[in-house]
Design a protein around this ligand. Structure first.
Ligand code: GAP
Length: 593
């Protein structure tokens, strides 16, 4: 294994261990051996997630006039997933191990080296038989005895009690096969030969209602976005908004990932934070504004403009989301992958993945897609309920166009349809019918979708914040200091409050007073145990950005000028300053808000 890969694994192990030790993230159902691909957030993880959620919610809706929130249900009418394409196409190509039936994503199998070992089957003294040939890869460096042992264990766990004792299982007619250089045809964990790649739908099925028949099947939502589309008309009609505007929501999503991996990065239950930002079709912008502004390097994206089409709106949201990540301390670990025309779905005009540096590689944190009117149109067709909106400004502007100007717009669109490289071009009659509605002021809005994962974001900020440094103690003994350098805005605990000594009632009483004052405004932690250095270290390890120490100066023992002042310690840099208790809140609130 290359040393980079070893370092990455070691780094992840340290992060996973810290997360468990300090109450950020635990394995779900750990006391029963865990539950694959699902995770629980402990006290500090819950606070961290809550802070990230609030930062996203505040930035995306509260601080904007053009985005509204939604909190939709996880279970929905399954017709939604049929219309959205999830029932038919939300699948990964997967391959199944012929030995254990364990699945793996076809694109997740790394090439392996080894010798193929073939068996005609297996049997045990209980009378149990496995009457089919088995091929398994003996990995380079693996001993034949350890392979046989491994196989017996795998066969036994698949066969259950019928196979009897593991060590009594007999592998039949062992024969050495080919030596393979780089093969992707064996399961990476079990070594069993893999079957053909087949699509595997990622949606988790459940039954709604008491009868549990096929007619009651529905799905745990695999994304939060579809509920936004399904409720688009209700929000539009009940909120007095005009296009462009957005609807956002945060909530759980479920995917039966074939190979959940990298801690919480790819889980089966996770939380999404999605915005569907509805915009006018470019043709409507052109009719109203006389032109559609074109994006160019250095274009001013600070304030949305009426002549923006989908391209500038898409760039704008990439810029907004980048600013968000900068605001939570991830600015310098981001990269962007602009999907190529081959990568894009037929309805998508552009999609950029915001990538982030994790110990295991640079991976997707958020996708921002320009999806045209695909989603709302699909629901309009499937539900037969109009998803069009009426735009008075468009109707007025269109009424001023000459017939030639209208025809020129139609011809431009027809040429674009012919030039399409993916998906069927819209027939001329349909294009003309669409323009007829448009000239009357009616259209199905288009959408830009920034879609982020909360659990990935939490992992990204933990990984970015994780630091180790060597530090000599007072006796010169070098120790490893582990600390999390969370941005104060998202840190689970904002301030640690410490009386210098716990056996001095006046210090403890004052510290309790300060703690009571601060905790109404931010999450604080009161700690009076152990030496003060040890208490600082404990808070550094969980990323608390500030520490407040109440000492004898606070009580006026070193002169009246220091009475009612405390030591404010900054985690990063370790500098300390003397601050009046009455100034503390005013100083801290802007730093943690
Ligand atoms: N509505 C679009 C959509 O769902 P996606 O790229 O499939 O797009 C968006 O998901 C985001 O959700 C991803 O960028 C990622 O942050 C998060 N996400 C997706 N699958 C995930 C999983 N299995 N575990 C954790 N987060 C996941």
């Amino acid at each position: 294994m290359p040393s980079d890969a070893k370092n990455a694994i070691a780094q992840m192990e340290k992060i996973v261990s810290l997360c468990k030790r300090r109450g950020f993230i635990y394995q779900s159902s750990e006391i029963y051996g865990g539950c694959g691909g699902v995770w629980d957030y402990g006290p500090l993880g819950a606070e961290l997630k809550r802070n990230l959620r609030s930062a996203w919610w505040n930035t995306m809706t509260r601080e904007r006039e053009d985005v509204l929130g939604l909190d939709a249900s996880i279970l929905m009418n399954p017709a939604i997933w049929k219309a959205s394409g999830h029932v038919d196409t939300f699948a990964d190509l997967m391959r199944e191990c012929s030995l254990t039936n364990k699945r793996v994503r076809a694109d997740h199998v790394e090439p392996q080296e080894g010798v193929v070992m073939n068996y005609s089957g297996a049997k045990s003294p209980t009378g149990w038989k496995l009457a089919r040939p088995i091929s398994v890869l003996m990995k380079k460096g693996e001993h034949i005895e350890s392979l046989r042992k491994r196989m017996r264990v795998l066969i036994a766990s698949n066969a259950g009690e019928a196979a009897g004792k593991v060590e009594e299982i007999e592998l039949l007619d062992e024969a050495k096969g080919d030596t393979l250089g780089k093969t992707v045809d064996f399961h990476p964990e079990t070594g069993g030969a893999l079957g053909e790649a087949r699509p595997f739908n990622l949606m988790l099925k459940t039954y709604l209602g008491p009868t549990a028949t096929e007619a009651d099947v529905t799905y745990l939502r695999p994304e939060t976005a579809q509920a936004i589309f399904a409720q688009f008309k209700n929000v539009f009609d009940s909120s007095r908004v005009k296009v462009p505007f957005g609807i956002c929501q945060i909530g759980k999503a479920f995917r039966n990932e074939v190979t959940p991996k990298n801690f919480t990065f790819r889980s089966r239950e996770f939380e999404q934070m999605e915005l569907e930002f509805f915009i006018k079709p470019d043709e409507a912008v052109e009719i109203i504004s006389g032109e559609v502004a074109q994006w160019h390097e250095g274009a001013d994206l600070s304030e949305p403009q009426p002549n923006w089409g989908w391209q500038l709106w898409h760039r704008y949201w990439v810029d907004q989301r980048t600013k968000f990540y900068q605001g939570i301390g991830l600015g310098d670990v981001l990269e962007y992958y602009w999907q190529t025309p081959e990568d894009l779905a037929h309805y998508a005009r552009a999609c950029v993945d915001i990538l982030c540096e994790f110990p295991f590689g640079t991976e997707e944190l958020e996708g921002i897609a320009a999806r045209g009117d695909f989603d709302l149109s699909a629901h309009q067709t499937a539900s037969t309920k109009s998803q069009e909106i009426f735009d008075e400004e468009l109707k007025t502007a269109a009424a001023k166009l000459s017939d030639e100007q209208k025809e020129a717009l139609i011809q431009k669109r027809l040429a674009a349809e012919v030039a399409k490289t993916k998906g069927a071009p819209m027939p001329e009659a349909a294009v003309r019918a669409w323009f007829e509605r448009l000239f009357k002021g009616s259209y199905v809005p288009h959408v830009i979708e920034p879609s982020a994962g909360l659990d990935r974001m939490a992992l990204a900020v933990i990984a970015k914040a994780f630091h180790e440094e060597e530090k000599a103690d007072v006796n010169g003994k070098v120790e490893i200091r582990t600390y999390l350098s969370f941005h104060p805005r998202i840190a689970p605990i904002k301030v640690g409050v410490f009386p210098l000594l716990k056996n001095k009632p006046e210090l403890v009483a004052k510290a309790r007073e300060v703690y009571a004052m601060l905790k109404k405004h931010m999450n604080c932690f009161y700690d009076e145990t152990a030496a003060i250095g040890r208490r600082y270290a404990r808070q550094d390890e969980v990323g608390t950005p500030f520490g407040v120490t109440i000492d004898f100066e606070t009580c006026g023992e070193k002169g009246p000028e220091l009475l009612d002042t405390v030591t404010l310690r900054h985690r990063d840099g370790g500098e300390q300053e003397r601050v009046k208790i009455s100034d503390l809140l005013g100083k801290l609130l802007p730093l943690v808000g």
